[in-house]
Design a protein around this ligand. Structure first.
Ligand code: NAD
Ligand code: MG
Length: 389
């Protein structure tokens, strides 16, 4: 029996994790947490019988308590509630599938409670990698990547020594606007940006893929997960999303992990590691119909959000938090149709320019920098992009 908790159970990663759990009766769900979708949460509760559930917003938590009053279950809310779900006694592993920096504190507390982490929530490592990675060592827990690229790298590293690694080749589909120039991105609407060619994901990461900020976040995520300098992580555009990433070794060998784009594969690999098991309903790669796999260099001038990620990563300290917080704010406003597409990387750039970097930020510093960044970008967007709250 494996006991797991899922934070962000109603989202794209959360529901796909539950799809796997449904097929494997040896996995027991101990806790679930989500933002506000109580209709889906109620269904999940009745199917998977967790002991404790968190709904972030207390007014929605109250409604859920009413809906499931026939059951013996604890419904909690807020950050304390999220932390209770992350640390609940029976869970051996916590799947962090929330979107955004909200994931930092629950992840830290889960590690301190001795839980293994299946990490989808990349914003946590981007902003607090210098806190998380030493804690993972100190508490001797496993940190297993769920992001498909990082799972690919992790798989390509099995049995290899860290010192043999020369480069990470992080693949990127290039998103829906690959090949376009800056002037052609001016009038992009939300509907266009939400159409990803190869993956179906939550809204925030889909916009991040269209700006290539997602790849920037992944470069910073990889830097922490695999302990490699940022400039040894190279982004390779590969539009078919068949190679999920590669590791180049000092002898020139390159090991790639390939497969049909299906997030259930990296999720399942993290849940069952080191075992590989049948992916029920998973499709096989067919090399007789696979016409071509191609590669390009990323266009860092057009997708300058990616170039900014390298800059934030090289600067380190609190700069990745500014990068991430500015992006989170801007993507949320873009999804509300309040700012344009190119305003997203522009806002990140200005926020980074404005920031006085902190060398080794504590958790409190990170949360303060997050709020200061939100204040700055709001004012900046009001003056430059006529943004109205
Ligand atoms: P999503 O928007 O589909 O789901 C997000 C989940 O987080 C939902 O369950 C939502 O209720 C929950 N949530 C949001 N705010 C919350 C709060 N305050 N408290 C508690 N729960 C809250 O997002 P997603 O696409 O599943 O992505 C989740 C994370 O995984 C992101 O960090 C993303 O970058 C990463 N990721 C996603 C994919 C993918 O294929 N979707 C791939 C790789 C990495
Ligand atoms: Mg990814």
């Amino acid at each position: 029996m494996r006991n797991i908790a899922i934070l962000g159970s109603t989202g794209s990663i959360g529901t796909q994790t539950l799809d796997i759990v449904r097929e494997h009766k040896e996995i027991k769900i101990t806790a679930l947490a989500a933002g506000s979708n109580i209709e889906l949460l109620e269904k999940q509760i009745r199917e998977f019988h967790p002991k404790i559930v968190c709904v972030y917003h207390e007014n929605m938590a109250m409604k859920l308590r009413e809906k499931v009053k026939d059951l013996t279950i604890t419904i909690v809310s807020g950050m304390d509630g999220l932390i209770s779900c992350a640390t609940e006694g029976e869970a051996e592993m916590v799947v962090t599938a929330m979107v955004g920096m909200i994931g930092i504190r629950p992840t830290i507390e889960a590690i301190k409670a001795g839980k293994d982490i299946a990490l989808a929530n990349k914003e946590t490592l981007v902003t607090a990698g210098h806190i998380i990675m030493p804690l993972v060592k100190e508490y001797n827990v496993a940190l297993l990547p769920v992001d498909s690229e990082h799972s690919a790298i992790f798989q390509a590293l099995q049995g290899e020594a860290h010192k043999s690694m020369k480069h990470i080749l992080l693949t990127a589909s290039g998103g829906p606007f690959r090949g376009r120039k800056l002037s052609e991105l001016q009038n992009i609407r939300k509907e266009d940006a939400l159409k990803h060619p190869n993956w179906s994901m939550g809204q925030k990461i889909t916009i991040d893929s269209a700006t290539m900020v997602n790849k920037g976040l992944e470069v910073m995520e990889a830097r922490w997960l695999f302990d490699l300098e940022i400039d040894k992580i190279q982004v390779v555009v590969h539009p078919q999303s068949i190679i999920h990433s590669m590791v180049e070794y000092i002898d020139g060998s390159v090991i790639a992990q390939m497969g049909i784009p299906d997030m259930r594969l990296p999720i399942q690999y993290a849940l069952f590691y080191p075992e590989r098991i049948d992916l029920i309903g998973g499709k096989q790669l067919d090399f007789t119909t696979l016409k071509q796999i191609t590669f390009e260099e990323p266009d860092m001038d057009t997708f300058f959000g990616l170039a900014l990620a390298y800059e934030a990563g090289r600067n380190g300290g609190s700069m990745p938090t500014v990068y991430n917080a500015a992006n989170e704010w801007a993507v949320a406003r873009f999804l509300e149709n309040k700012i344009g597409f190119l305003a997203i990387p522009t806002i990140i750039k200005e926020a980074m320019k404005n920031h006085k970097r902190i060398e080794n930020p504590s958790l409190i510093d990170i949360l303060n920098v997050e709020n200061e960044t939100y204040d700055f970008v709001k004012e900046y967007a009001e003056s430059e992009f006529k943004y109205k709250p």
